[in-house]
Design a protein around this ligand. Structure first.
Ligand code: HMG
Ligand code: MG
Length: 313
């Protein structure tokens, strides 16, 4: 480490020059908190993330408030952050969610499908095919309104109820979402069980099925400490969109074995060490996660946040 709290830069071959970080802490992170975080704190969090240089910040979800009470303040929050100068995607599970998001001027939405029947049922109260049928008009209408649409696919590498998930099963859902018109996909390792070979295998299969790498993002939860290794495998494949959550916040309320996402600080440390541009100021981002940890009353699980916030002590 250099004295400024930055990694030594030693570029590796065959990696993209720039990565877009899709920051999910305010949504994936805070949806999993036991108690709801005050709306003003969420707004401040998003504002600080934008100030740290993050350009895509998933702000909230327009889901049923009883299903995810932690994000029930979406209508209050979104207007408070609209002007932060970053893209602010929001989750919409159906037409009702899209109505709510469009009414507030959202320009980026995400539908969220599952590669497995069990999670489709647990998360959306629908079979997999029923949920795809719900998304179809949502995506069409969003595209007609000029809105960018991301399609999440959860349980791409394993499922707590069904165990191993065949890549072919994931590919079917991915191609269905692309056929509907989703601009990008995000491959969710919801319970964090993926390993790098599995990641490469799935990415290759998706390419074979006509999904181009630039349309694919990766979304790793860090349950088994594999998120960074999996990300590096994806980067070697050419992926340039990586989801991460500031301070490693997160999990999923409808998949108990899910822990936090890959911490954005851990990701930025690796990317900057590889000479890959992100536009993120690591010092500011770390300060944001330390501040957020104080708000939540517990330390961040991110190794990089811990190392950088203790380095002067
Ligand atoms: P349902 O109970 O089947 O809903 O839930 P419904 O369609 O039968 O409607 C029942 C009532 O809810 C109706 O009201 C609707 O209007 C209302 P009524 O007519 O009875 O008065 N309703 C809504 N109200 C507000 N906003 C809405 C909405 N939709 C219906 N959007 C539903 C189905 C999809 C709504 C529910 O299952 C839900 O909200 N699920 C969301 C679960 C969730 O947010 N999970 C976490 C995000 S996914 C994730 O974290 C994974 C990810 O990070 C990737 C990874 O890690 O893998 C993305
Ligand atoms: Mg997630």
């Amino acid at each position: 480490m250099t004295t400024e709290g930055l990694p030594m830069v030693v570029p590796a071959r065959d990696l993209p020059p720039r990565v877009r970080i899709h920051e999910v802490g305010a949504r994936d992170g805070l949806q999993n908190e036991k108690t709801a975080v005050p709306t003003g704190v969420k707004a401040e969090f998003i504002r600080r993330l934008a100030d740290a240089g993050l350009t895509t910040i998933e702000a909230t979800s327009f889901v049923h408030p009883a299903w995810v009470p932690q994000l029930a303040d979406a209508e209050e929050l979104f207007p408070l952050v609209r002007d932060v100068g970053a893209d602010l995607p929001v989750l919409v599970p159906n037409q009702r969610g899209l109505d709510r998001a469009l009414a507030l001027g959202a320009t980026r939405v995400a539908v969220f499908a599952s590669a497995t029947e069990s999670f489709a049922k647990a998360n959306l109260n629908r079979t997999l095919d029923e949920s795809l049928a719900v998304f179809e008009p949502v995506v069409r209408r969003a595209k007609d309104e000029g809105v960018h649409v991301r399609g999440y696919v959860s349980m791409c590498f394993g499922d707590p109820w069904e165990g191993a998930v065949a890549p072919q099963q994931v590919a079917r859902v991915c191609t269905a979402l692309r056929d509907m018109g989703c601009d990008e996909l995000s491959l969710g390792d919801t319970i964090g069980v993926a390993t790098p070979g599995h990641v490469r295998e799935l990415l290759s299969l998706l390419n074979q099925r006509g999904v181009p790498t630039p349309a694919i993002g990766v979304h790793f939860h860090d349950t088994y400490g594999q998120a960074l290794a999996n990300t590096l495998a994806a980067l070697h494949h050419g992926v340039t969109t990586v989801d991460a959550s500031a301070g490693g916040l997160g999990g999923c309320p409808y998949a108990k074995s899910a822990t936090g996402n890959l911490a954005t600080e851990d990701l930025v440390w690796m990317l900057h060490g590889l000479g890959i541009e992100t536009g993120v100021d690591l010092g500011r981002l770390t300060a944001t996660s330390v501040w957020m940890a104080e708000q939540l009353g517990r330390p961040s699980p991110s190794r990089t946040v811990r190392a950088l916030s203790h380095k002067d002590q």
